[in-house]
Design a protein around this ligand. Structure first.
Ligand SMILES: [Zn+2]
Length: 596
């Protein structure tokens, strides 16, 4: 898996061998003053590809025409020549066709630093250029191929819950999205370093804890535990690290002190504010022009509207009856925005691959995170910003006053299974608005049932020997379409379509005797691939209820009783199972059981 070993011997490239065939190129700025040329290429110069031609020259070209690295701006270190190439195709040596996705954004950030040698990293795809995993990036407003800084592992930060109450169904849309994001990254072979925060100090929490006469910790522990239990019921993978804000107050104070020393802040009545005029990139994520801002105007609350863009509180002065911490910058508590910047940088470093959250966090929260973080480190904070859209309930914004406000617990209490909720929240692509209705939830349960019925048919139907080539092709196509849909900015609707299309065809083929024993394995593989991502096929065992094994033992006992014509006993077992919420169905392929 060596990349370009022949060229390494010539001293042309420094080959850094890893299992993923990562290469590091050493690039030189060709002419004085070209840093400006790179600057003018702007944020769009984020990706490029390169390949080798017959003369061992390196061709550099962008995925989009006209945003390519310019020939005049770049020269590969002696003795190579960098050329601009307008097409994807190239004239690689036969049998040695190589194309690589290059981390030009890393290159770009280093280019700005001045003259000398510059390094950037590339991930090499031997022999082909796949339709790579790609995401819509709020920062660039484009769908972009995904290449992490480290080719093997992804550094990701997602904004977690503010634990002032039980999380509601709208919150869980975002948390399910984080889970799908994790799973699609793992399907692509990446290891994950994923950090999520728990905001356990903010305006709302303090207000509620005081009203209930509880300490901050006592109050937030209850809701943190409830949140984690809810996540587990929806089968959400646990981030590698969950960080509570109150465990990192000294680090936040230190960061604020650093921002004070570099002139990004001012004080007023014991609070410290971030001066947004000190960060020229303010507005780059939300794509707002804040040119008309009134300098020195400020907000004290953590959440506010777009047209209220003002200097925001990094550190809030203590108020009577509120919790406060003694730190070198004074007594008080951190604002919400600084929490995420500090914990992200502490655990993941100055630059992250992915930062994600709900769309409502773009402004002000994420805009403020960028301003603080980049002012602190001088590095780009995150390269990919992913945001999930809103959830409506019955076509309306969810609110307690409208009576359409649901926690996960409210929905389970109505008899819906967690996997139906998971399916419903996952089935609409994350960038599309989702309208939550109970009819939709019933339809989700029915869809899961269809797949479980199909899985049951595969296990119990006894198709004739042989193999249908048509079915094999359909299964292969479904698997491919499923993966391609997920790699296309997590298009879950398309992915589901591919699976259901196959199930429909396979069911018809089973009825007609076309589906043979030799096709079972491919169909099962498709279901496994589906479930490694959607994770809804296994029913949730109800607390205190029968385990799958116990149910199966009872079903077998009933079958034996029926065979022995002991119908009284058979009925007794059926009633016993029903009492435990287990329904038996006589199908033409045998008895099937499911949980109510
Ligand atoms: Zn955050």
């Amino acid at each position: 898996m060596d990349c370009f070993p022949d060229l390494a011997e010539q001293g042309f490239l420094d080959v850094h061998k890893t299992s993923l065939a990562c290469v590091e190129l050493f690039l030189d700025v060709a002419k004085p003053g070209v840093e400006n040329a790179f600057d003018s290429l702007d944020a769009r110069l984020q990706f490029g590809t390169f390949s080798l031609n017959q003369r061992d020259q390196i061709l550099l070209y962008g995925l989009q025409p006209a945003v390519c690295v310019r020939k005049s701006a770049l020269n590969i270190t002696n003795p190579g020549v960098a050329e601009q190439h307008s097409q994807r195709d190239d004239d690689c040596r036969p049998g040695q066709r190589r194309r690589c996705l290059v981390h030009c954004h890393q290159l770009q950030s280093r280019m700005k630093k001045g003259a000398g040698e510059y390094r950037f990293r590339a991930r090499c795809y031997h022999g082909h250029f796949p339709m790579a995993l790609r995401f819509y990036n709020t920062l660039t407003q484009q769908v972009q191929p995904f290449t992490p800084i480290d080719p093997e592992a992804v550094r990701m930060y997602t904004c977690g819950p503010t634990v002032y109450d039980f999380a509601h169904i709208g919150n869980f849309r975002t948390f399910v999205f984080y889970d799908l994001l994790r799973r699609v990254l793992r399907l692509n072979g990446y290891k994950l370093h994923h950090v999520m925060n728990i905001t356990d100090v903010d305006d709302k929490i303090i207000r509620n804890a005081v009203a209930k006469g509880k300490s901050l910790k006592e109050y937030t522990d209850t809701y943190t535990e409830a949140f984690l239990a809810d996540c587990a019921s929806l089968r959400l993978e646990r981030p590698e690290r969950i960080a509570r804000a109150t465990d990192h107050i000294p680090e936040m104070a230190a960061a604020i002190q650093k921002l004070e020393q570099s002139g990004h802040t001012y004080r007023s009545d014991g609070s410290v504010y971030f001066k947004i005029a000190s960060f020229p990139g303010y507005g780059k994520l939300s794509h707002n022009d804040f040119g008309g801002m009134v300098a020195g105007a400020r907000v004290d609350v953590d959440e506010y509207e777009k047209d209220d863009a003002r200097d925001f509180a990094l550190w809030k002065a203590p108020k009577p009856g509120e919790p406060a911490w003694d730190t070198p910058i004074g007594t008080g508590r951190p604002g919400w925005h600084i929490e995420c910047s500090v914990m992200a940088i502490e655990f993941l470093g100055a630059s992250l691959d992915i930062h994600a959250g709900g769309i409502d966090l773009v402004f002000p929260h994420h805009e403020n995170e960028i301003a603080q973080s980049e002012s602190l480190t001088g590095q780009p904070f995150a390269y990919y910003w992913l945001h999930s859209e809103f959830l409506l309930v019955d076509g309306q914004k969810m609110s307690k006053s409208l009576g359409n406000y649901y926690t996960l617990r409210d929905i389970f209490a109505k008899g819906f299974a967690p996997e139906a909720v998971r399916y419903l929240l996952a089935s609409t692509p994350y960038r599309k608005g989702l309208n939550f209705t109970f009819d939709g939830l019933k339809a989700a349960a029915t869809a899961i049932d269809r797949l479980r019925n199909f899985a049951f048919r595969l296990d119990s139907a006894k198709p004739g020997e042989g193999k249908s080539e048509r079915i094999e092709e359909l299964a292969a196509k479904a698997k491919k379409d499923f993966r391609e849909a997920l790699d296309d900015d997590i298009n879950t609707a398309e992915a589901l379509g591919a699976v259901f299309e196959f199930v429909r065809e396979a069911n018809t083929a089973l009825d007609a005797g076309e589906f043979r024993a030799g096709n079972v394995a491919a169909a099962r593989e498709l279901l496994e691939q589906f479930d490694s991502f959607f994770d809804v096929l296994k029913p949730t065992a109800t607390a205190g209820g029968l385990s799958d094994k116990e149910v199966e033992a009872l079903v077998a006992e009933r079958n034996a009783a029926k065979k022995a014509r002991d119908f009284a006993r058979a009925d007794q077992v059926r009633a016993q199972l029903l009492e435990q919420g287990i329904i038996l169905e006589d199908t033409k392929d045998g008895i099937r059981w499911k949980r109510k």
